[in-house]
Design a binder for this molecule. Structure first.
Ligand code: GDP
Ligand code: MG
Length: 369
């Protein structure tokens, strides 16, 4: 899973990137550069810890999320692309090509030594400003493609091209009325046709409100505290909050010190877990597990994934040669301790390739190579 960290300049994107990747990436030399950086976050998983304690594998592997820390996108940059004036937008789009969701960092902290690029701290305004830049950037992509399509259609009619043109004109109309593409309902066919484009406003977006230290108590009720009711009601929008600066400092402390600090500041839980949990909800994904002697591991899949496709996440050969899935629920596995014990108690299920994998299933795949 890959998520792009985006937002206006100087709002705490790199701070939150460091937090998520637990400081494993050295960001000290980045400055205000225009390049994108990639880091990996491990998904803390108490269920996997518990399974590992029971199965005692040689190795425990957590699910991971890849985060891309992008340069800030200021007011006017998406518009500039629309007017054919931006080289930078091309590299921005390229960095976001395979990203499944955007994590939009929104500044809500006051700091007189660091003036806000828009002149004042106003999360609702910033969310709107940034959304509009995404919309302009998408319009730029669409206009360019429509121009090309028109030329090609003049050379010869084609049902394929006409259908693409129809969809893009529909998108254009939505964008021109300032509606992000993520709000449109697409048929699977339409979805397939536009998959090749990187439409920024089509991606699910997680708003991460970066609050000041003195506002730590607002983290739990960020929607009311910052008047985000309208955003919260939008499709494919997730909202969460962090105290970026202090929480990234805490993340680098030994666990016991970290706990004391968090109690002191009344921070509800761990910021990384909070953000990742929100990403999982937004993307509609969860984990299933494999737990054998060599390795216990979490695998992330979308809701409603079949057993065969879930196997494919491990290796395409297991999907191709799929025979059966031996499935034990997480609770049964923890209670009984092993596949043989679960079988003896009659709670091990043999499932076929169309079985819909459930959250927490512990699975052993049988397959031909
Ligand atoms: N006071 C305060 N400063 C912050 C916070 N988060 C980030 N900053 C500061 O804001 C500046 C820009 O942060 P950075 O993460 O580089 O922002 P980016 O440009 O969005 O990547 C740095 O000086 C950070 O220390 C915060 O929660 N509170
Ligand atoms: Mg940065």
């Amino acid at each position: 899973m890959k998520v792009g960290i985006v937002g206006l300049p100087q709002v705490g994107k790199t701070t939150i990137f460091k937090l998520l990747t637990r400081g494993r990436v050295d960001t000290s030399s980045w400055g205000g550069g225009r390049e994108a950086h990639i880091g990996i976050a491990e998904v803390a998983d108490p269920r996997l810890d518990r399974l590992a304690a029971i199965v005692k594998p040689k190795k425990t592997t957590y699910a991971t999320i890849e985060y891309v820390d992008l340069p800030g996108l200021a007011r006017g940059e998406g518009k500039a692309a629309l007017e054919g004036r931006s080289k930078e937008m091309a590299s921005y789009l390229a960095s976001l090509k395979n990203v499944e969701a955007l994590l939009h960092v929104v500044r809500a902290f006051e700091d007189p030594s660091l003036p806000h690029i828009e002149g004042s701290v106003d999360p609702v305004r910033d969310i709107g400003v940034f959304e509009l830049e995404l919309i302009f950037a998408d319009l730029a992509v669409i206009d360019k493609r429509l121009e090309r399509l028109e030329k090609d259609l003049k050379k010869g009619r084609s049902r394929e091209l006409e259908m693409e043109q129809e969809i893009l004109l529909r998108f254009k109309a939505a964008l021109e009325s300032e509606q992000p593409l993520r709000e449109l309902e697409l048929t699977p066919e339409e979805e397939r046709r536009v998959r090749g484009f990187t439409f920024l406003s089509a991606k699910p977006i997680q708003l991460v409100i970066n609050v000041g230290d003195q506002d730590a108590a607002k983290i739990d009720r960020v929607v009311e505290a910052f008047g985000l009711e309208k955003q919260a009601a939008m499709p494919k929008v997730g909202i969460t909050a962090v105290c970026g600066k202090i929480e990234s400092e805490i993340a680098s402390l030994p666990p016991e010190d970290a706990r004391l600090f968090m109690e002191d500041l009344a921070l509800p839980d761990n910021a990384v877990d909070r953000i990742i949990q929100n990403s999982y909800e937004l993307l509609g994904v969860f984990s299933y597990y494999t737990a054998g002697e060599p390795e216990a591991r979490a695998w992330t899949i979308p809701k409603d994934t079949t057993a065969a496709r879930a196997a494919g996440v491990i290796h395409s050969d297991i999907e191709k040669g799929f025979i059966k899935a031996e499935v034990v629920s997480y609770d049964d596995m923890v209670r009984l301790g092993s596949f043989p014990a679960a079988k003896a108690k009659g709670v091990l299920r043999l499932e076929g390739k169309d079985y819909r994998v459930r959250e927490g299933d512990v699975i052993l795949f049988r397959f031909n190579v």
